[in-house]
Design a protein around this ligand. Structure first.
Ligand code: PLP
Length: 261
């Protein structure tokens, strides 16, 4: 199923002399699919541009999902053209904000990260964060979280989370009229319908207190799943089935809510 409005070929067509970088996601926010990073890598090599991977959602989840034995396509420095990769500690690293990570293939490339100004009376100002002075609490919190969980902890959470996401997807697929959009690789799942306006279902779900996100083009209900959602899986699916039943029986109607990020 073609979900995205772009293809690697279409992306390559947009590259011109002003292009310094192309970016892929692992996974993308709307449909939770890992972009074809090896193909983007070939384009980056052919066209001589930097390839960055936004692994903000997957960076601290995908490696442990793999260690647990699931297959995922290469999205990281295994792809030779990948120059940099961002991974959010505050997402599936389970760390407090504000602290996050960006990795570079080598030290030379990391130099591009620095803000370096030497044109004022105070002297050379060299910093790796645009915002200047920052509290260290977030970094300390992230360090403590990682020490606490360790490799085994992250693997354990990844195993439980992916089992839960499988059960969630099975529940969506078993609900008549709904379909999962694309093939989610990790913990983001969006689902829509060819039969009715799925935003109507979202409206009914929100009346019952479920606050899911939405995607547009195609329309879908969007969930970034975490283990917080696991205890209410059955309750959620019961309410979803009921909401779909109501929408299917009602005369066709369009929802008034809109997707907003
Ligand atoms: C793929 C992806 N990249 C980057 C971000 C930005 O994250 P934040 O707003 O926490 O910086 C998000 C947020 O959901 C995301 O899904």
């Amino acid at each position: 199923m073609q979900i995205y409005a772009w293809t690697p070929g279409a992306l390559e067509d947009l590259i011109d002399d002003d292009t310094i970088m192309i970016v892929g996601s692992a996974p993308s926010s709307p449909f939770g699919m890992i972009d074809p990073i090896p193909e983007l890598g070939q384009i980056a090599e052919r066209r001589g541009v930097w390839l960055h991977v936004d692994a903000c959602v997957g960076g601290y989840l995908a490696p442990f999902v793999r260690m647990n034995g699931r297959k995922l396509a290469d999205f990281d420095f295994a792809v030779p053209a990948v120059c940099s990769l961002s991974a959010d500690l505050h997402k599936f690293g389970f760390c407090p904000k504000p602290a996050s990570t960006v990795f570079y293939r080598d030290a030379d490339k990391a130099q591009h990260h620095m803000f370096d100004a030497d044109v004022w009376p105070n002297g050379r100002f060299l910093t790796s964060t645009i915002v200047g002075t920052r509290p260290a609490g977030g970094v300390a919190g992230a360090w403590a979280t990682m020490q606490f969980l360790g490799r085994d902890g992250y693997m354990r959470v990844a195993a439980a989370l992916m089992d839960f996401v499988d059960a969630y997807q099975a529940g969506i697929r078993a609900t008549g009229g709904l379909k999962v959009l694309g093939k989610p690789d990790l913990s983001i799942v969006a689902f829509g319908s060819d039969e009715f306006d799925v935003f109507r279902v979202a409206e009914l779900m929100s009346e019952k207190g479920w606050l899911g996100g939405l995607v547009q083009k195609p329309k879908g209900i969007h969930r970034m799943m975490s283990m917080f959602h696991e205890p209410v899986l059955d309750e959620y699916l019961d309410d979803l089935r009921a909401a779909v039943g109501v929408v299917r029986q009602a005369p066709p109607s369009q929802a008034t809510i809109r997707a907003s990020y």
